[in-house]
Design a protein around this ligand. Structure first.
Ligand code: IYR
Length: 219
């Protein structure tokens, strides 16, 4: 097999790094998950470019084991809301242990998910457990879950960069998404990203982020 060619990568001058890193931190710390979305339209081209950005994420053996389903059709959003609320109702009324419900209290969530219809887009992110080559044979995917997690981070960051808000939404079973979105058996739902501008009256819970000292250990 031919060897992969290697090329150098550009960087920034050393004296700029501290300032650049603070700027990015300040920008990213302003990102918040929201649950009240405006129905204000957003350019589909812009959203697709954010998905292209997600597709630049690193992945195991560069296999890019992700599928992004961009949902804009109100009927499909309605079907997703219906499926999700059914699952959430059972979660909140029967399945969720008290400890889990206690952990969720500060977020003020419940089984109703109006944002699944109200936001202009949903992006259903799928993990390809394995690939399927042209002759139909299976291709092993390495570290597929981790890779898709990283790509989703890229997607959230790209949208934030445009001032677009997101909610990383994960009903406790997501198999209904395969049926509604007609995705094949090798694709597992990873999460549903709700995408739109924040409602002008949006309220977010007062949460705090761990300090650097709490999350870093330098050895
Ligand atoms: N899927 C439910 C419950 C829920 C679970 C976690 I973990 C959250 O961070 C938030 C909510 C819901 O969305 O209501």
């Amino acid at each position: 097999m031919a060897e992969t060619p290697f090329s150098p990568l550009p960087g920034y001058p050393d004296e700029e790094l501290a300032e650049r890193s603070v700027q990015l931190y300040r920008f990213m710390e302003r990102r918040r998950s929201i649950r009240q979305f405006s129905d204000r339209p957003i350019s589909e081209e812009a959203i697709k470019n954010c998905i292209r950005t997600a597709g630049t994420a690193p992945s195991g053996a560069n296999q890019q084991p992700w599928t992004f389903v961009l949902v804009k059709d109100p009927r499909v959003k309605g079907a997703i809301r219906e499926g999700a609320e059914q699952i959430e109702r059972v979660f909140y009324e029967k399945r969720a242990p008290e400890e889990w419900k206690d952990a969720l209290k500060p977020l003020g969530t419940g089984y109703r998910k109006p944002f699944l219809e109200g936001a202009p887009y949903l992006i259903a992110v799928f993990v390809q457990k394995y690939g399927v080559s042209e002759d139909g044979s299976r291709v092993t995917h390495y570290y597929a879950q981790k890779s898709v997690g990283i790509a989703t981070g890229f997607l959230i960051t790209a949208l934030h960069q445009l001032g677009i808000s997101t909610l990383t939404y994960t009903p406790s079973s997501m198999n209904f998404l395969n049926a509604i979105l007609k995705r094949p058996e090798n694709e597992l739902p990873f999460l549903l990203l709700v995408v739109g501008y924040a409602d002008e009256n949006v309220k977010v819970p007062d949460i705090r982020r761990k300090s650097l000292d709490e999350i870093v250990i330098v050895v």
